[in-house]
Design a protein around this ligand. Sequence first.
Ligand code: NDP
Ligand code: 8X3
Length: 252
Amino acid sequence: MIQKTAFITGATSGIGKATAQLFAKNNIRLILCGRRNERLIQLKEELSKLTDVTTLQFDVSKKEEVFNAIESLPKEFQKIDILINNAGNAHGLNSIQDGNLDDWDAMIDINVKGLLYVSKAILPKMVVRNEGFVVNIGSIAGKEVYPNGNVYCASKYAVNALNKAMRIDLNKHNIRVSAIHPGAVETEFSEVRFKGDTDKAKNVYKGFKALQAEDIADIIYFVVTRPYHVNIEDLIVYSTSQASPTIFKKGV
Ligand code: NDP
Ligand code: 8X3
């Protein structure tokens, strides 16, 4: 079988990292991206035992960095078969009148514009080849608005819209486009949302079995390994204990 190459944003942690590890075990070549270079180096060292790996350190919200990094890819990594648009985070959880402007900028710049910049740098070559696969990591926050989720929800509603837009515009180019929308996944997500307050972050996942990054990686791998004529367009994934963004079965 011809080896595929996957480009994963946000590969230094959580869902992106677990996806990279699972792809490597399944012989998918990897372009691993993130801002924290020491983590990229460490992951490359680990996964190079299983597959070909290269890394790109850039901030998805900085358009020049995005285009320069992707243009700098070594020749053997320039044919990208699978793009996993995963980089993103929530910043803050305040009611709208108390929102922090820097948090708002970060969420719009990273979750929305970052996803667009990376896609713009990669899609034209998929179009020329008339093949390719994009998996956008949305969120249940992009399906339902919850209290204090405001701008994070808006950014993920945008991801949901862009997923549909990509699917429509790229349809004539034979490119598959999928979105996966997880509920609570126990990663560094809440640490970032609560700006390093680990007690507050841990509390989010207390009293129930949250989804793990590996659960979402499994689903991503399933989605990208269907026969080419099959496209799973949109998937919502909750842990058994979660029924909506705000309804959880906690305790025994
Ligand atoms: P993590 O915080 O564990 O991982 C986030 C990843 O995004 C890191 O690798 C981080 O890398 C990268 N990232 C963040 N900002 C930037 C940036 N400006 N430029 C480049 N990379 C960036 O969280 P998750 O794994 O949980 O999150 C992955 C995706 O899943 C996100 O889009 C998130 O919104 C979504 N999601 C998460 C859920 C959850 O409950 N955890 C539920 C639903 C969706 P680095 O810091 O090295 O740049
Ligand atoms: C992450 C899940 O519910 O914290 O997107 O928004 S939630």
